[in-house]
Design a protein around this ligand. Sequence first.
Ligand SMILES: [Fe+2]
Ligand SMILES: [Fe+2]
Length: 229
Amino acid sequence: METPIAVTDPVKNFVANNSRCAEIFAELKIDFCCGGDQPLLSACEENNLEPDKVYQRLMALLAEASTYEEDVSGMSTTELTHHIESTHHVYLKEALPRLSALMDKVQQAHSSRHPELVQLQAVFKGVREDLEPHLMKEERILFPLIRSMELDFQGLQAGAAQGPIRMMRHEHDELGVLLKEMRALANEYVAPEDGCQSFELLYKELEALEQDTHLHIYKENNLLFTAIA
Ligand SMILES: [Fe+2]
Ligand SMILES: [Fe+2]
């Protein structure tokens, strides 16, 4: 993996070198998954950030060893599919039902004073309804196909994955829109002063879901799918 050395490098290159850069991008609201091809410089300008300062922060982080999670940059496509399933997919299968229950509880208790919770619940429901079949399609169709392609030395299956990849990319884009909508409805995940502990927990967990999903989509769009193209 090429080391990013310039502020003009694409945002995704920074995350590819150290996935902890994703935490900085999430904090600064720089899109590193669907918008990962954008150069850091223009992403900063669009978000009214000082490119030099952001670049220095990223470089300081890249100088440290990654402790956030396994290094995915050297993985084969088969290894990547297993890694994505055993981390991001496992996380979502546990988190989505748990968050649905928490969302119901907070909505029932607080929506009279916080009507935005009704809409937030509806968008969250949409996220869950999109994600669950999406994970299943990747696990049952696309990932097994990608694994079989790695063993297909004659390239007989080349191109077979392109249709499913296009569909997954499209679904990622739709998911990205819903996540943005949830963040706006949830006041950037800052719980109101009159919110109880469950309210705070819900916002903390929804923000964690957003961060994990951004990293998840980044790995699929920019590492796994580009390796197949
Ligand atoms: Fe996935
Ligand atoms: Fe996906």
